[in-house]
Design a protein around this ligand. Structure first.
Ligand code: BGC
Length: 763
């Protein structure tokens, strides 16, 4: 560790060229060293759910081999655990692997919002909900960094598709940006202080993320207090000088000196102040020296891969979501006659493709674990894991073993090629050969359970034909053991969907604007992403956000709010009791949603604002307590560039999912929010009435123009109350000139405006 003064002294002794060279990588994964000036290099590696340390041939798409490491479940499943502690534990394990391998920063977590189920990297990302993504990734960052290894939360920001990922501009409102897309980053940046943030490839409202001062400096540093370094995604920089000025510290990977030269030229031409370059070097060298303290003592950091494999199994079992379980088809008993169909039972699909691809130290499939435990199973492949050609013979074999069995498990899902970094899916369907096999089997089998392996939602035309559906996502290298634990009931499933499964792709709110045209994608659905949209439109979905079944049952009662009236700056404590009323030990993710009942503002029906996972023995009761603060009730108000809570009643809902609310109670919130405004002749009454202070003055004005005359019958007939109200509310101030029988003059309007504008401007 070096002091700031020592680092400044080192920088003072560097040439301009040397300073510029520090601002980009030396290779694919290493920073630039200057040994003669005492500057060492550090290594960064992917991330996010396993270590992809490449020692020889390097690439950013996971094609060339990396060292053996433990592959934990993909982000999609990690979010489905709704278990912050578990995600933190995984972070700690990754931190240990990094220490042992001399990796200073792991490139994760990846927290971009799932705007469309088609995004090729959805398997890596966490959720359609920013609060869930934010809370979960906070745990990850804390877990990794507790081992003194840095994280790089990515991809900052609004990077929600792979199509034209280097150039597309994500065009969106400030409100959607803040409430949905930035919120997933804001929590971990404020509360876990990641060492680095990785800026994304795309543009945001026209400006490349790597050159976006508003995003990288105004918001990230000035508003959220980020003190670490911004690293570019691999190849995200276009204009190195603009990027540095916008707040990008380190360009990765190396541009083989080309962009370093640009920085030197920029200083020489006066475009860049050398002091800014010095500041950048100071920030980078703080990271390098801090991390370098680890290097060289890796032997103190031995870890046991088999122990981490066990942890991967424990975690994976919580990532699975039981979507359907008719007549309790699951769990199976070990002496049932079981048929297993599908290549993923043997060779599971357990991780996604691209830069997140891990070279696993071992992989366990379901069949292997069954055979290790002497479970008698008949197996047929049924379909090919790669091609989408229906194979009559494979299907027939599968149908034949299914006829003989008490229950058939079909291990199906999406082949690797269907979803990956670098491109998006074109549809949400599973391969037709798999659908045909499921159809044929469910026709003859006594009971059928589909066990899914996919990184993102699929349409399920078989939903009514099968008895059970277990969503296993991409469960990591220990997926087979975890499947064994859940399928045979050693553990109860406890995963909940961190994303909505729409009935069909066309239902998704981004459908009309994904992936956009040419270089633009307009986020026209605005804040209505995922359940925020489906709920507002009262649409049927296949499975809602937060949904997941258990082998047990839970009773929720005794909802208590610490107060019924509060100011928006107060904290609200919410407690609820949950009891396991079923027969087996099980975990449940208790979910809290907030509903703003009577707002003028366009808001979602409900928003997810709290969750806690509890383990309960049969008959056991636990109390879960949530703390809500201003932000839990707020929306982003563009007129004040800040979070705002309109006064009114808010419902606090406790649910098993976003569509299964068990208990609710309400709280009245008072806020002294007054939005800045300016009134003029064209301002309408409705608008003026929103500010109670102005409403008073308006009364005087309207009293003057009131028409006290008895209405004629014709007038009464042609004007009902609603029409009268509307005509009042939507009339501009100047309408007094025409509709007060000459009582209102310009001088009255001017007098009103002077009063009203002086009240709101405080003058
Ligand atoms: C990906 C990043 C990754 C980097 C390095 C990029 O293509 O977008 O997520 O960390 O490569 O592999």
């Amino acid at each position: 560790m070096k002091s700031i003064e020592e680092i400044k002294d080192i920088i003072a002794g560097l040439t301009l060229e040397e300073k510029a060279s520090l601002c980009s990588g030396d290779t694919f994964w290493l920073t630039h060293e200057i040994p003669e000036k005492g500057i060492p290099k550090i290594m960064v590696s992917d991330g996010p759910v396993g270590l992809r340390k490449q020692e020889n041939i390097e690439d950013h798409l996971g094609m060339n081999e990396s060292i053996k490491a433990v592959c934990f479940p993909a982000g999609v499943g990690m979010a489905a655990t709704f278990n912050k502690d578990l995600y933190g534990k995984m972070g700690e394990a990754l931190g240990e692997e990094c220490r042992a391998e001399n990796v200073a920063v792991i490139l994760g977590p990846a927290v971009n919002i799932k705007r469309s189920p088609l995004c090729g990297r959805n398997f890596e990302y966490l959720s359609e909900d920013p609060f869930l993504a934010s809370e979960m990734s906070t745990s990850y960052v804390k877990g990794v960094q507790s081992k003194h290894v840095g994280t790089s939360i990515k991809h900052f920001a609004v990077n929600n598709m792979e199509t034209r990922r280097f150039s597309a501009s994500s065009n969106l409102s400030e409100r959607a940006l803040r409430e949905i897309y930035l919120a997933a980053f804001e929590g971990p940046v404020r509360n876990a202080k990641p060492w680095t943030v990785m800026c994304s490839y795309n543009r945001i409202n026209g400006v490349l993320a790597s050159q976006n001062k508003k995003i990288l400096t105004d918001i990230l540093r000035n508003e959220w207090g980020f003190e670490g370094n911004v690293i570019s995604d691999w190849g995200a920089v276009s204009d190195r000088t603009k990027a540095l000025k916008a707040g990008l510290n380190l360009e990765m990977p190396t541009s083989y000196g080309e962009n370093d030269k640009k920085l030197v030229e920029a200083v020489r031409s006066g475009e860049l102040d050398e002091k800014e370059l010095d500041e950048n070097c100071l920030s980078l060298l703080k990271l390098v020296f801090d991390a370098y303290d680890n290097i060289g003592n890796s032997e103190d950091f031995k870890f046991d891969r088999d122990e981490h494999h066990k942890l991967a199994r424990e975690i994976a079992s919580e990532t699975f979501v039981l979507l359907k379980n008719e007549d309790n088809v699951l769990p199976l008993s070990k002496d049932q006659k079981i048929a297993v169909v599908g290549p993923y039972a043997k060779n599971p699909r357990y991780q996604g493709g691209g830069s997140a691809h891990i070279n696993c130290h071992k992989i366990e499939g379901f069949l292997q674990v069954c055979s290790e435990n002497n479970i008698n199973i008949s197996y047929a492949e049924g379909f090919s894991p790669v091609a989408d050609d229906f194979d009559e013979k494979l299907c027939e074999e599968a149908v034949n073993i299914s006829k003989e069995a008490d229950v058939t498990l079909i291990f199906a899902g999406l082949p690797d090629i269907f979803e990956s970094e670098g491109y998006d899916r074109k549809h949400m369907q599973m391969p037709s050969c798999q659908l045909k096999v499921i159809e044929e089997i469910s026709r003859v089998a006594k009971k059928t359970v589909v066990v899914l392996h996919n990184g993102s939602p699929v349409e399920m035309p078989f939903i009514y034909d099968v008895d059970g559906i277990l969503e296993c996502y991409l469960g990591g290298q220990a997926v087979g053991g975890a499947q064994y634990d859940i399928i045979f009931g050693d553990k109860s499933p406890s995963g909940k969907l961190a994303e909505t499964f729409p009935v069909m792709l066309e239902d998704n709110p981004s459908y009309l604007n994904f992936p956009g045209t040419r270089n633009n994608v307009n986020y026209a659905e605005d804040i209505f992403v995922g359940y925020r949209y489906y709920d507002k439109k009262k649409m049927d979905v296949l499975f809602p956000f937060g949904f997941g079944l258990s082998y047990s049952e839970f009773k929720y009662d005794n909802l208590r709010l610490s107060r019924k009236e509060m100011n928006d700056t107060d904290e609200l404590e919410v407690s609820v009791d949950i009891t396991n009323i079923g027969k087996v030990e099980a975990k449940e993710a208790v979910q809290l949603y907030v509903k703003n009942c009577e707002s003028e503002i366009i808001r979602p029906v409900r928003e997810f604002k709290g969750f806690e996972k509890v383990n309960l023995l049969p008959g056991e009761t636990k109390t879960v307590t949530f703390k809500l603060n201003k932000r839990s009730f707020a929306y982003y108000e563009e007129r004040i560039s800040d979070w705002a809570v309109p006064s009114g009643t808010y419902e606090i809902e406790i649910g098993k999912s976003s569509r299964s609310i068990e208990l609710s109670d309400s709280v009245n919130i008072k806020s002294d929010l007054i939005l800045p405004d300016f009134y003029e002749y064209d301002t309408i009454s409705e608008h003026l009435l929103q500010d109670p202070r102005i409403a008073e003055v308006l009364k005087e004005y309207y009293n003057k123009m009131r028409d006290d005359r008895e209405k004629s019958d014709v007038e009464k007939e042609s004007m009902n109350e609603e029409m009268e109200n509307a005509s009042f509310l939507y009339s501009p101030l100047r309408s007094g000139l025409y509709f007060s029988a000459g009582k209102i003059k310009y001088s009255d309007i001017d007098e009103f405006l002077e009063k009203a504008n002086s009240i709101i401007s405080g003058k």
